[in-house]
Design a protein around this ligand. Sequence first.
Ligand code: CA
Length: 230
Amino acid sequence: MSEGKGQHILIIEDEESISSFVKMYLEREGYAVSVAPTGAQALEVLKEKVDLVTLDLMLPDMDGLDICRSVRATSNVPIIMLTARDEDIDKIVGLEVGADDYLTKPFNARELVARIKSILRRAAAPVSNSRKLECDHIKIDAARRECLVDGEQVMLAPKEFDLIWELLERNGEVLNREHLLEKVWGYTYAGDTRTVDVHVRQLRKKLGDACPIVTVWGSGYKVGTEVRAA
Ligand code: CA
């Protein structure tokens, strides 16, 4: 399943071999993609709604850092800088110019897609979710999308994170599979509820004995321990 759902990504890149490859890759993920080979064209496209920008540092007409600054002056659109290995990445890393992330060339398209998804997910998280919850050995941070077991980070897939967050947030309430499907996967119909079971199983595997999720036979799932704000 593609996650892109028509979100609009602007690739600012003068090397056609790179832009066409990235464009193809992102379109396959369900994104709508525009390519701008110059800074001037990029600023033109940015008058439309753009959800994320990948920005090559070396462009024929404008310096990538200048483009980044001028975009930042008017917009919060996430920016991923693409830079050749030898270039001075300190400025970007220091976020002096307001980029959200960077990759050095040559980069792996899969890695770029992973970064894009992660940034767009964070951008989509509502501010009201900027909270932390904990129970027994687990601490989760909605803003950072981080799950710690006894202080050690455990990598959760996005849906696994959303699932455990929903269960913790409802603090012991029994939630049926249809509810969880709708909350976490956004289905508004009763879809395949085994999806929920598979993800709960994954969570139990990853969190081990610390996993607070309890199966309530015939009903659904709940958290079997007290949840506190962290
Ligand atoms: Ca270039």
